[in-house]
Design a protein around this ligand. Structure first.
Ligand code: NAD
Ligand code: TYD
Length: 343
């Protein structure tokens, strides 16, 4: 089996590659990644000399690069992770989000159609359903109601992917996962940011009242789900993938501080995110019915492993937080902490 992975130097894609190459019948993997701020080849140290692995630096929006890779490698399966993946950045700077997530997906779909791939797995998110009121849960037929540039771009890409099934009979499968956490996650998302700030005794910026609810999925479980979808998923089907683990942000941050042994006073309530979705909740029965997969990592175990990984890898964290990270952090949080100080 030959798999083209896009965005494999990022958080989830790199876990997918490491996990796939550990399996008994390991596929050949070609990892196409532009190496944006969140792409990091350090995440792939464990596999870089593996003969079944090849890295190609390239932009999914670049038609000639994509065409070249498809012609040269003739992948049977595409697993498409590459994206601008962060909501807050998409609010600050939407351009690359729309370009990569929508136009980049289109470019890949065209190449997949031309080169007749056997499966196109599109990795999407529960955010496309928008905020879901209690006690509702979104199943795969739930209407799409994205709230911001990131989720709207992912919803747009989802619809484009499905249109290639209907119009060109491209064998696509769409997956929508909830919030992932685990090792190697760039410290801009809630869990790694809070762990990283707590480890260095910096304030933990909790948006608004902190009662927003997310479902938390351990990244290893997510990648096992994608493996199950590749093996047993049905063409033309959308699968929700959740961790069966819903918590408020305040609860998550509290648990992080308890795990690290730092005081709750580090939590600072700050200015809210514009268009902040209150609650995500999905029903994930279909994937279990079709593939037998269900999440098996408890939040306690997943969080303990994640905290331990960040404690054990201060050099990774230091390198990731150097460069333009500080500039990003200032742009993102300066005005928010300012609100806190005024209170
Ligand atoms: P990430 O930001 O850690 O990684 C994204 C990767 O894509 C990086 O390696 C980056 O270099 C690469 N990339 C970005 N633009 C590119 C381009 N134009 N061409 C080629 N490569 C490019 O993101 P992640 O958290 O690993 O998310 C992976 C996918 O999973 C995304 O599609 C995201 O929407 C989806 N997803 C993420 C979560 C989550 O909680 N992180 C949840 C559900 C779905
Ligand atoms: P995030 O990890 O950015 O994922 P998403 O917005 O895709 O769900 O944020 C998760 C939740 O945590 C979300 O409700 C926003 C909140 N949050 C904070 O309260 N403070 C922060 O500094 C960040 C990054 C997120």
């Amino acid at each position: 089996m030959k798999i083209l992975v896009t965005g494999g130097a990022g958080f989830i894609g790199s876990e997918f590659i490491r996990q796939s190459l550990r399996s008994e019948v390991a596929p050949r993997i070609i990892n196409l990644d532009k190496l944006t701020y969140s792409g990091n080849l350090e995440n792939l140290k464990a596999v870089e000399t593996n003969p079944r692995y090849r890295f190609v630096r390239g932009d999914i929006c670049d038609i000639s690069t994509i065409d070249h890779v498809f012609s040269e490698e003739r992948p049977e399966i595409v697993v498409h992770f590459a994206a601008e993946s962060h909501v807050d950045r998409s609010i600050l700077t939407p351009d690359p989000v729309i370009r990569t997530n929508v136009f980049g997906t289109f470019t890949l779909l065209e190449a997949a159609r031309k080169h007749r791939v056997e499966r196109f797995i599109h990795v999407s998110t529960d955010e496309v359903y928008g905020s879901i009121d209690e006690p509702c849960e979104a199943n795969e037929d739930f209407p799409l109601k994205p709230s911001g540039p990131y989720s709207a771009s992912k919803a747009g890409a989802d619809l484009l992917v499905l249109s290639y099934l209907t119009t060109y009979n491209l064998p696509v499968i769409l997956t929508r996962a909830s919030n992932n956490y685990g090792p190697f996650q760039y410290p801009e998302k809630l869990i790694p940011l809070m762990i990283s700030n707590a480890l260095s005794d910096q304030p933990l910026p909790l948006y608004g009242d902190g009662n927003q609810v997310r479902d938390w999925l351990y990244v290893g479980d997510h990648c096992e789900a994608l493996g199950a979808v590749i093996r047993r998923g049905r063409v033309g089907t959308t699968y929700n993938i959740g961790g069966n683990c819903r918590f408020s942000n305040r609860e998550v941050v509290t648990r992080i501080l308890e795990a690290i042994g730092k005081p709750l006073e580090l939590i600072h309530t700050v200015d809210d995110r514009p268009g902040h979705d209150r609650r995500y909740a999905m029903c994930c029965e279909k994937i279990e019915k079709h593939t037998g997969w269900r999440a098996h990592t408890s939040f306690n175990d997943g969080l303990a492993a994640t905290v331990q990984w960040y404690q054990d890898n201060p050099e990774w964290l230091k390198r990731v937080r150097s460069g333009d990270y500080e500039t990003y952090y200032q742009r993102q949080y300066a005005h928010r902490f300012h609100v806190d100080e005024d209170d």
